[in-house]
Design a protein around this ligand. Structure first.
Ligand code: PEP
Ligand code: MN
Length: 356
């Protein structure tokens, strides 16, 4: 579906990268909201985030203060002039947030994954004009993400942005949620005017990862950052490990190098030509490999040899990974490439062998 988005920038917010939204994971008390908010405002932050309703993995934990927290945000806004942003997941949340003058709504990752919830929110938004930021769904499904965006757009909301917060995975090594950068990059390719805000706090899950992830997001040309910041992070009621003080946040932002994405120098053009040529060579070599693999299939067919030879496959993967490492590439990358090539080869051989 074709969509034309309007700017999510509010009056007084400059169009320079990054657009910054900061504040605690959760609003906990009026004092915590006011203290954190004042400190952030003093550091030049103009948009304050705070979760009022918190989606928690297990019941019984802190599920957000609820509507009692909305007047705290109103007070902060009145006193500091900051804009406020909260997460909404139901019609009741949308109604309450708008009634209390919240300026920006965001939709959480678990909610984007649920079309019923997205439709309920879209219906509640009809007739309102408010910027809405849509987080990626927890699972790495770009169509589901786009579907969520379309539902909100069809409700008449045109000031839309997305938040890249990483994707759940059973394999939690470094990141709390795997970045899978190719997904927001693909979204940018399809919708070049859709602002992308990176959430390094929920991707990293750790304070020390906030800076490098923010830098990466800027290097990829993303528009903004939403970062969890708390006046006393160690004592936070949710996501304590990933929250930073307003002071640290300022440090993180000051260390960012913003590279101008509009400039294409001659040498860059030249390097891109080289890449184009190399890619063509890769394609030719791949096609050649597939042809040879086809010849092997023919041999296997004539001699009644099984397609999959586990020992041979293992040998290829181990050997190629080692060679790749010697050539300066990561083992995981080379393994992934050869797994994909091998899978396609097996598919082709099976088709050939069964094609009597
Ligand atoms: C949050 O922003 O605090 C939050 C709950 O995020 P997510 O939906 O990305 O898990
Ligand atoms: Mn959080």
């Amino acid at each position: 579906m074709e969509m034309e988005f309007e700017s999510i920038l509010l009056p007084g917010i400059e169009a320079t990268r990054p657009l910054v939204i900061a504040g605690p994971c959760s609003a906990e008390s009026e004092e915590q909201v006011m203290t954190t908010g004042r400190e952030l405002a003093a550091k030049g932050i103009k948009i304050f985030r705070a979760g009022i309703w918190k989606p928690r993995t297990k019941p019984g934990g802190f599920e957000g203060v609820g509507v009692v927290g909305l007047p705290w945000l109103q007070r902060l806004k009145h006193e500091t002039g900051m804009y406020t942003a909260v997460e909404v997941a139901t019609k009741a949340h949308v109604d309450a947030a708008l009634a209390f003058g919240v300026d920006i709504l965001w939709i959480g990752a678990r909610t984007t994954a649920n079309p019923f919830a997205m439709q309920e929110i879209a219906d509640a938004l009809k007739g309102h004009d408010v910027p809405v930021l849509i987080k990626n769904p927890v699972n790495p499904d770009i169509e589901l993400w786009i579907g969520g965006i379309e539902r909100i757009y069809r409700a008449g909301i045109t000031r839309i942005g997305v938040i890249h917060r990483g994707f759940s995975s059973a394999d939690k090594k470094i990141y709390r949620n795997l970045p899978q950068w190719h997904l927001p990059i693909e979204l940018r390719r399809r919708y070049p005017n859709l602002p992308i805000i990176c959430d390094p706090s929920h991707i990293g899950g750790r304070r020390d990862l906030v800076q490098p992830l923010s830098q990466q997001a800027m290097d990829l040309g993303f528009d903004g950052l939403i970062i969890e910041s708390h006046c006393n992070p160690d004592c936070a009621w949710s996501d304590a490990k990933q929250q930073v003080t307003p002071e640290t946040l300022q440090q993180i932002l000051s260390e960012l190098v913003i590279r101008d994405h509009a400039v294409t120098t001659e040498s860059l053009t030249d390097l891109r030509h080289q890449i184009d040529e190399i890619d063509e060579q890769i394609l030719e070599i791949l096609a050649k490999r597939m042809r040879v693999s086809g010849e092997i299939a023919q041999y296997k067919k004539e001699n009644d040899v099984q397609v999959l030879q586990a020992g041979r496959y293992d040998e290829i993967l181990t050997k190629r990974s080692q060679q790749g490492v010697e050539m300066g590439m990561s083992e995981e990358f080379v393994k992934e490439v050869f797994e994909a090539i091998h899978a396609e080869s097996v598919r082709k051989q099976l088709a050939l062998i069964n094609n009597k």
